[in-house]
Design a protein around this ligand. Structure first.
Ligand SMILES: Nc1ncnc2c1ncn2[C@@H]1O[C@H](COP(=O)(O)OP(=O)(O)OP(=O)(O)O)[C@@H](O)[C@H]1O
Ligand SMILES: [Mg+2]
Length: 804
């Protein structure tokens, strides 16, 4: 075809815009961004910009997508038309789409044709907000950027009648799941030591990750007594959930796969819808997620997965690294792009990460480099005790803040949550503000769960489990026996408990409770009606009042009850926040969001506090200053992992993930002695520390001493107070002495009194308002000019404070 005036102008204009748009990316990254058609694997190390590529790729597809290259303006297009088109290419709004289409054959993807899946809500939100900034809120909000779970819930809410569920289905969290399982284990008179509920729950979870239904699981496990019994529990569990119109987390994925596999018409609809499918952190997908992604991308096969085989850390949850390693086998025409430049960390941190992960045999192998410069050396610090370790962490942070850093620049990462206790105490003693990201669900407080249970029952009255939770809360004279009778009647009549309760008068077995039951059913029915014509937050308040829940708390008049009232009110703020974000906020929508919520999503980045979380939760995140604490043999790697090479490699990958979160400075700390689970443990520094070459490290750990200890296999004798009892080398003296001095300094309890003026390195000028002796130390309350009142323990505080 002859080139029209438009073609020439258009091509030049397009090239210029694209050039400008993506100039901040490197060549390899741009290659990935522009490779939009066909299967693409971006396999690259930490901090190399994988997530960045994924986001920019979406921007590219939506603004300059393949379709635009076929755009031809008619010969008679006016200057005005061309100007309009130029504007439209910059900012393709739905509003102007029609005119653009009449001018030229534009055929770029629409936002809802793009599916981008990630693992955490936080990551999904990050993608959404970056896309909104680039493409405009209105336009970007239709992109399916979400987690596996919320995407599946969205599909299921629309389509689940095809698999026999009602659209108002409830989502059970791990706690709900355990209640149901515990009851089943008890009813079947099984030994709950052998069939420990956590073990059973995780076996069922793994079965679902592998898309095994109760029937298939039973067929595949006939030989083994434990597993065949689990198969029976699984069967009963699935039946009960179905009857309650409920799904657990793992069901959400499995049922979506079943829905799509069992209903070709529905599958085809989604395959047609999703022109482009993308998945971040693909190394952590399990079998069910892999099948799901493949199914959804099956229409156009424009599938792009990004990941890092070295960061696969969820094997224990069924993730299988083969999904990423076999991508090229699955799609014969796949293109693979590797990124090697890291933009996050300094060279010292990267070299350490490279050397560490080199010890894994099973990997594809890659090296990262950066031109960020060497940066500061990594700091190793070994303390005598866990308290010493915690004090060190607190001291480094306070000194850093005194130096101009922010508390929020710091992250403390640990292998297990138990390791956070001593750090927390040290932060309290030193007035360091912190926030623990538990990775668990936030909405786990009893009163919040109660209110949510009410909301669930209103939305889905067939939810027997939640009905049981609230039917007599606050007390309504509906006893346990009545509840059990109602449950039995429901079973017998093949209906739900709510149905029985609503028709209590027809069941003489319910005896004197009939009245109370009928009233309860009326309460729920009335609330259901009320819900229809009231804003959600007002409705929530009505639920608190009508159910008598608020009244019952108020009547208690205790401090604790007051706290609970505040928590239930906080739930209202959550609802209000939800309403402000949604165009059509529904109760179901809110409940859904809540059930997929974890603490990490609530991490408020605006407040200045140190964050503490497990290494697993830190995936995909970055922080200027990172501490990895508890770097000891037996903790990290854990004893269990040390037995099998395969497990050790997974631990090492976790260490690689943790190390590569740091942008500027990495601290690795350990203690010789530590109280864990009520016992004092002595441990050697983690083998991972040894795998990091000395040239990248600044250490207080004397190597001679460590080597000596290992050579002689000397075990420290717990009878000695000082852990140095076994140290015969004397070579350690240099550094630790300095450390000792610091501790010695803190011992003298300072003579302070209310009214004294102080200068604190991190908090500035303040005045002591009270001094209370406490456990050989003094608890100070100080009102600082800048940061308000803080409570500090005098001994530690005097490291940073002078009296005026
Ligand atoms: N071309 C670039 N120029 C400058 N900075 C970049 C570039 N690409 C990425 N970055 C920055 O590097 C950091 C790491 O990027 P990103 O989080 O996308 O990496 P990742 O590969 O997804 O990391 P992870 O493996 O930890 O998930 C981010 O702060 C990002 O803004
Ligand atoms: Mg990433």
């Amino acid at each position: 075809m002859e080139q029209s005036r438009f073609d020439i102008q258009y091509a030049a204009m397009r090239a210029a815009i694209i050039e400008r748009e993506f100039q901040h990316l490197n060549e390899k990254q741009r290659e990935a961004v522009f490779h939009t058609e066909g299967p693409l694997l971006v396999l690259a190390g930490a901090g190399s910009g994988k997530t960045t590529v994924l986001i920019n790729r979406i921007i590219n597809i939506l603004r300059f997508g393949e379709g635009y290259s076929y755009a031809y303006a008619p010969e008679d297009a006016t200057e005005d038309d061309l100007l309009f088109l130029r504007e439209y290419l910059r900012n393709p709004t739905e509003e102007h789409r029609m005119r653009a289409e009449t001018l030229c054959r534009v055929n770029p993807a629409r936002p809802w044709q793009i599916l981008a899946i990630t693992f955490t809500n936080k990551a999904a939100k990050e993608i959404q907000s970056r896309l909104q900034r680039a493409l405009g809120e209105e336009f970007a909000k239709d992109i399916w950027a979400s987690t596996f779970h919320s995407m599946c819930v969205r599909i299921l809410r629309r389509e689940c009648d095809a698999i026999g569920y009602d659209r108002s289905f409830t989502i059970y969290d791990t706690d709900d799941q355990k209640r149901v399982l515990t009851a089943i284990i008890k009813n079947n008179k099984l030994d709950d030591k052998v069939f420990d509920v956590r073990g059973v729950a995780s076996a069922i979870g793994r079965a679902k990750d592998n898309l095994q239904t109760p029937r298939i699981y039973a067929i595949e496990n006939t030989e083994d007594y434990y597993k065949s019994t689990v198969a029976e529990i699984y069967k009963q569990y699935a039946k009960q959930l179905k009857e309650s119109n409920a799904m657990d987390f793992d069901d959400i994925i499995m049922k979506t796969v079943q829905l799509l596999q069992g209903n070709p018409d529905i599958l085809e609809r989604y395959q047609r819808q999703f022109h482009y499918v993308m998945a971040d952190e693909y190394q952590d997908t399990n079998h069910a997620q892999y099948v799901l992604t493949s199914l959804l991308a099956g229409g156009y096969e424009n599938i792009c997965v990004v990941g890092d085989d070295d960061q696969s850390i969820y094997k224990f949850r069924g993730a299988t690294i083969t999904n990423i390693l076999e991508f090229e086998g699955q799609y014969k025409n796949a293109t693979t792009i590797r990124l090697e430049q890291n933009y996050r960390s300094t060279q010292n941190i990267l070299s350490a990460a490279n050397e560490l992960i080199r010890n894994n045999a099973r990997r594809k192998g890659k090296e990262l480099w950066t031109d960020n410069g060497d940066g500061a050396k990594i700091r190793f610090h070994r303390s005598d005790t866990q308290e010493g370790e915690a004090e060190y962490v607190a001291r480094m942070i306070t000194e850093g803040v005194a130096d101009g850093k922010h508390f929020s620049d710091y992250a403390i990462l640990y292998r297990n949550h138990v390791l956070s206790n001593s750090i927390e105490s040290a932060f309290k003693r030193n007035g360091v503000p912190y926030r623990i990201v538990s990775g668990l669900r936030f909405f786990d407080r009893a009163e919040v769960k109660d209110m949510l249970a009410y909301l669930w029952v209103i939305a889905n009255p067939t939810d027997n489990l939640r009905l049981r939770r609230i039917i007599n809360v606050p007390a309504r004279k509906i006893g346990n026996k009545t509840v059990e009778t109602a449950a039995m009647l429901a079973e017998l009549n093949n209906t739900t408990m709510f149905d029985i309760v609503s028709h209590a008068a027809e069941h003489p077995e319910l005896g004197r409770a009939t009245n109370a039951l009928t009233k309860f059913a009326e309460l729920i029915t009335n609330l259901q009606k009320m819900k229809e014509h009231m804003p959600l937050d007002e409705f929530y308040e009505q639920v608190m009042v009508q159910t008598g829940y608020l009244e019952a708390l108020k009547a208690k008049e205790t401090q604790e009850a007051q706290g609970r009232i505040e928590n239930t009110m906080e739930l209202k703020s959550n609802i209000a926040d939800f309403m402000s974000r949604q165009e059509q906020p529904t109760l179901e929508g809110f409940l859904e969001e809540v059930s997929l919520f974890t603490d990490i999503d609530r991490m408020d980045e605006s407040s200045d506090a140190v964050v503490m979380m497990t290494m697993h939760s830190a995936k995909g995140l970055e922080f200027p200053q990172v501490f990895l604490v508890g770097m000891e043999e037996g903790i990290f790697p854990g004893f269990r992992a040390m037995e099998k090479e395969e497990d050790l490699e997974e631990e090492r990958r976790l260490c690689y993930v943790a190390v590569t979160r740091a942008k500027q400075q990495l601290y690795l700390t350990c203690a010789e002695r530590r109280m864990m689970y009520g016992r004092t443990q002595y441990s050697k520094p983690s083998q991972f520390l040894k795998e990091i070459p000395k040239q990248f490290v600044d250490s207080n750990i004397s190597e001679t001493r460590q080597e000596m200890q290992e050579k002689l296999d000397l075990q420290p004798n717990p009878k000695y107070q000082s852990s140095r009892a076994y140290d015969i080398s004397g070579a350690h003296k240099k550094q630790p002495v300095i450390a000792k001095k610091k501790t010695a300094q803190t011992v003298a309890a300072p003579a302070l009194k209310p009214g004294d003026q102080v200068d604190h390195k991190a908090f500035g000028h303040g005045m002591i308002t009270s001094c209370k002796p406490m456990g050989g130390d003094i608890l100070l309350e100080i009102t600082f000019d800048k940061v308000g009142t803080k409570r500090l323990m005098a001994k530690s505080a005097m490291n940073f404070m002078t009296k005026k």
